[in-house]
Design a protein around this ligand. Sequence first.
Ligand SMILES: CC[C@@H](C(=O)O)C(=O)SCCNC(=O)CCNC(=O)[C@H](O)C(C)(C)COP(=O)(O)OP(=O)(O)OC[C@H]1O[C@@H](n2cnc3c(N)ncnc32)[C@H](O)[C@@H]1OP(=O)(O)O
Ligand SMILES: [Co+2]
Length: 134
Amino acid sequence: MIGRLNHIAIAVPDLTAAAAKYRDLLGAHVGQPQALPEHGVTVVFIDTGNSKVELLEPLGEASPIAAFLDKNPSGGMHHICFEVPDILVAAARLVEVGARVLGDGTPRIGAHGKPVLFLHPKDFDGTLIELEEV
Ligand SMILES: CC[C@@H](C(=O)O)C(=O)SCCNC(=O)CCNC(=O)[C@H](O)C(C)(C)COP(=O)(O)OP(=O)(O)OC[C@H]1O[C@@H](n2cnc3c(N)ncnc32)[C@H](O)[C@@H]1OP(=O)(O)O
Ligand SMILES: [Co+2]
């Protein structure tokens, strides 16, 4: 059902510093910061050629990554995102087999302008999974 690995997301306490490390130490192609208040994060995408890294910094009072950063103050791997051809079909199949789709199950528009959904980390061996319709 899942397709390509679209991105691996890393929550960071300081987006500017983290982006500079990827650009200056690793020589990566680092994009511009993008504020996404509806998701409670500011993101920077790093193109790795075969996939992407998404750096995430909290934005606003109710950021979904705030608790994660409280537990991991230096930052850490937050989620992985797989592409799916039809997100509603994917979500329905997952609910059928007992996986928890987060929120009310309605896809939201993600950083790439495409519908996204998240699956509970406790249902996937401690890894938060994002699905993006591509
Ligand atoms: C930019 C848009 C988009 C894109 O297009 O790429 C994004 O990527 S947005 C990224 C940020 N958005 C989200 O993360 C939305 C989905 N997340 C959530 O709904 C919540 O964060 C959550 C996963 C349901 C957790 O929220 P909550 O239950 O309130 O937090 P707790 O701290 O109580 O966690 C419960 C439990 O789960 C463990 N946990 C939490 N986050 C993660 C994680 N990222 N990876 C692994 N495990 C995680 C947490 O440690 C708790 O476990 P226990 O301590 O064992 O109970
Ligand atoms: Co993401």
